[in-house]
Design a protein around this ligand. Structure first.
Ligand code: 3H9
Length: 739
């Protein structure tokens, strides 16, 4: 429990005994440490330390502790100033996100902030590490702020579907003006300490920050507080700050932000609420502005977007906790080899070069090697053309790149990623070479999208070293990395895959071996649902529009045009022999590909791309092909609403997602969610397909599937997992605990 006023007895009496001697300002009081907030007086300064690992989030105990600390500081007559610091790596990372959606426990954070601001003694916040969200709002409620040079300050609530709800929307504009304050809130970005100083968000920069950053922040904060005491600095309340004095400029900045938000925040709830709350800072007295902020904050808390975004926040951290990352340590990962210099191989090479690794590329002859190198250089030349890289920086990166036509050049590398043609025979030939040349303990990875990695692993003498690393194109940009775990791989190789993802700043998801792993396997199913709807009466343009309106950046037919229709065509031909002859097969895509219309690269696919345009326009000839196919299949087209399109599209995705979890291809539903958020453009505010299913309600999803099954029982087979969960009254979230 927290320090009650009674438990502060010794601290108070120590002060009282010496209150009128010189010692009163130099003798430390015993510290009170009964919870995550500790307080003690050091001379004139009452030091309040928040120690709530891992990131000093402002959970209920911290909030209570802060109130108790301010009360104690007020009561301590020898305390002339108060210093608030964080223990560990951060000042405060914000409100405790895990508390949202639960019954709120008093005191609320706005009350805590007001308490701090109303303190009658100057309060100093000494910031190091993160001061984010509620953490920055606590700092803004203090009267003076000092930040270490590496501190990061921001109001990132928007990324969680929220707005700063502890006075941030009212205090930040008053302190630094509408324009920079609202920009911080709408972007959610973290500002560095120097920028924070120039904005006026902090008053002073500390001088040092290293491994002992919290000790430095405390020492420098203490020195600052003592200086303020010596100078008899007054209490200085942020709510009385004057940055809104120029009413016209403030209003202009607000209206510019409003117009920009209306344009950019497609479907997102909280950005416009931020604008509304900041408008309150301009038009209302502080207390009323705070009441408005609270009202809007609670609206955000209640929105499903908040639940989706917070799910995404935790899910992307949870995916890192695979069994192998807990049980094993990664192997060395200093140097890399890539086999294959096509788009994928070159993209992976760039990702590794960007992470500072030396990369050796293998190609079969000099011409192909030159092409591979050119593919790598093209990426950097693009950056130079946009002014985002200097030729010197490119030269420095390319100095770490080497190429060879001999596998022997890979003898010393720590990891090799094979990215050659998707054909089992070709892959096995490459693996035989790698088995021959690679040093013992090297990780041998394949970037295959579909092939059986167990079979590839079994073809060499060291299956324990073989893992799947499925990058997404363009590999230097796309964040998702599926780490595909074959049966015989050793745990430290899997852990090395996760370590590589960290090095490359990618989001790793552990996947089991099957055709398409997590992402492409599920994609294959909902893509068919889209094809069925197309043949049944919805145009590809209707379907794309429905999917975009759901929040995706693009619809499935636009994606197909971007990726190149020939890729899917080749896969369909490969699978033709094994396809269930009774299963429905829509031939529209084949008709389009037979004409050589492969999408953007051939200037037409489902859409027309006149003169290389990147946004397509609907093509009447495609509609005629679809009509002809409907006729051939004996289908009388019917109308689809957007809602029906999305019900079917999502039901197919969720059902296959459930199968993937059931078969342990994905460890948990959240692994499916992260795969789709980072590899397939799934709208983040919906949290991922499995979270979305929970939001809609599993009984409803199952009922949809059962209804659709009446038309096509082969395609629409309810996943046994979905059925089980509905029978138990459970949801996907119940399966999300890490193992
Ligand atoms: C807010 O403040 C609302 C207010 O305006 C109004 C309130 C009324 N709560 O990221 P890491 C956990 S909204 C609970 O791996 P890093 C995280 O899940 C909040 N837990 O470390 C992980 O747990 P685990 C606004 C949190 O060093 C562990 O801490 N603030 C919170 O790479 C380590 O996290 C934000 O949005 C939290 N607030 O990065 C900031 N934050 O180990 C959110 C983290 O069990 N946080 N955890 O997996 C961050 O951006 C990063 O965590 C940070 C550290 C940069 C601080």
């Amino acid at each position: 429990m927290l320090g009650s006023p009674q438990s502060l007895g010794p601290a108070r009496s120590a002060t009282q005994e010496t209150s009128d001697t010189h010692m009163a300002t130099t003798t430390p009081s015993p510290s009170t440490s009964t919870g995550p907030v500790t307080f003690e007086r050091l001379g004139d300064v009452f030091v309040v330390t928040i120690d709530n690992p891992p990131v000093n989030a402002l959970g209920v105990d911290v909030r209570r502790g802060l109130v108790a600390a301010i009360d104690a500081a007020e009561a301590d007559s020898a305390a002339k100033a108060v210093l608030i610091v964080g223990a560990g790596r951060n000042f405060i990372a914000g409100a405790d996100i895990r508390e949202f959606g639960k019954t709120p426990q008093p005191p609320s954070l706005p009350e805590v902030c007001l308490k701090i601001e109303n303190c009658t003694k100057p309060v100093v916040a000494a910031i190091h590490g993160a001061a984010l969200g509620g953490g920055l709002e606590v700092a803004l409620s203090a009267h003076y702020r000092i930040a270490s040079p590496t501190a990061k300050l921001g109001l990132p609530e928007v990324a969680l579907g929220l707005l700063p709800g502890s006075g941030g929307t009212q205090r930040a504009p008053r302190l630094i003006g509408v324009k920079p304050a609202i920009e911080l809130m709408l972007s959610g970005r973290h500002a560095g300490a120097r920028e924070a100083l120039s904005l006026g968000l902090v008053d002073r920069l500390g001088t040092d920050a290293d491994a002992d950053a919290d000790a430095d922040a405390r020492a420098e904060g203490l020195a600052y507080a003592n200086e303020l005491v010596a100078a008899k600095a007054p209490v200085r309340r942020t709510r009385e700050a004057g940055a809104l004095a120029d009413k016209e400029a403030s209003r202009a900045a607000l209206e510019a932000a409003r117009a920009d938000t209306a344009k950019k925040s497609r479907g997102l709830f909280s950005p416009m609420k931020i604008v509304e709350a900041v408008e309150g800072a301009l038009t209302l007295p502080f207390d009323e502005g705070m009441a408005l902020e609270r009202k809007l904050f609670l609206q955000c808390i209640d929105s499903p977007q908040r639940a989706g975004l917070i799910h995404a926040f935790f899910a992307e951290r949870e995916v890192l906790k695979a069994p192998e990352t807990k049980s094993a340590s990664p192997r060395a990962l200093e140097s890399a080899g890539i086999v294959g210099g096509g788009t994928m191989g070159a993209g992976i090479a760039v990702a590794m070069l960007d992470a500072g690794m030396p990369v050796t590329m293998i190609e079969r002859d000099d011409t192909q090697l030159a092409r591979g190198r050119a593919n790598v250089e093209k990426v950097y030349d693009g950056l130079i053309a946009k002014g985002r890289m200097t030729p010197e920086a490119k030269a420095a990166v390319m100095a770490r790149f080497s190429g060879s036509t001999s596998y022997d050049a890979l003898a010393q590398v720590d990891i090799v990623v094979e990215a050659v043609f998707e054909e089992m025979g070709v892959k096995k030939a490459v693996f035989a070479e790698l088995d021959r040349v690679c040093k013992r303990g090297a990780v041998i990875a394949t970037n295959t999208s579909y092939l059986d990695i167990d079979e590839i692993a079994a073809s060499i003498s060291r299956p324990q070293d073989v893992v799947g690393l499925h990058f997404f194109s363009p590999a230097n940009i796309m964040k998702l990395l599926e780490i595909v775990v074959p049966a015989k791989v050793s745990a430290d190789v899997v852990a090395t895959g996760f370590e590589l993802a960290k090095k490359l700043k990618k989001v790793p998801v552990r996947a089991g071996v099957c055709d398409g792993f997590i992402g492409n396997r599920i994609l294959a199913v909902y893509r068919q649902a889209a094809d069925h709807m197309m043949e049944d009466g919805a145009s590809p343009y209707d379907i794309d529009a429905a999917v975009r309106n759901f929040g995706y950046p693009m619809g499935p037919f636009q994606v197909s045009d971007l990726a190149g229709g020939d890729i899917g065509w080749a896969t369909r031909k490969r699978k033709a022999a094994t396809r269930d002859p009774k299963a429905r097969y829509v031939q529209v895509a084949d008709r389009i590909c037979e004409r050589g219309w492969f999408g953007q690269k051939t200037q037409r696919g489902y859409y027309l791309y006149p003169e290389g345009a990147r946004t397509g326009v609907p093509d009447p000839e495609v509609l005629a092909i679809i009509d002809a196919e409907r006729e051939r299949a004996g289908i009388k087209p019917r109308a689809f609403t957007e809602e029906e399109i999305m019900r079917r599209y999502m039901a197919a995705m969720i059902n296959e997602g459930a199968n993937v979890v059931l078969q342990r291809i994905a460890l948990r539903p959240l692994d499916v969610d992260v795969t789709f958020l980072y590899g397939y453009g799934f709208p983040r505010h919906r949290g991922g397909p499995m979270k979305y299913a929970d939001t809609v309600g599993l009984p409803k999803v199952l009922a949809d599937i059962q209804e659709f099954a009446k038309e096509d029982p082969i395609f629409w087979k309810p996943s046994p997992l979905l059925v089980q969960l509905v029978e138990r009254g459970a949801d996907f979230a119940s399966l999300n605990q890490s193992e």
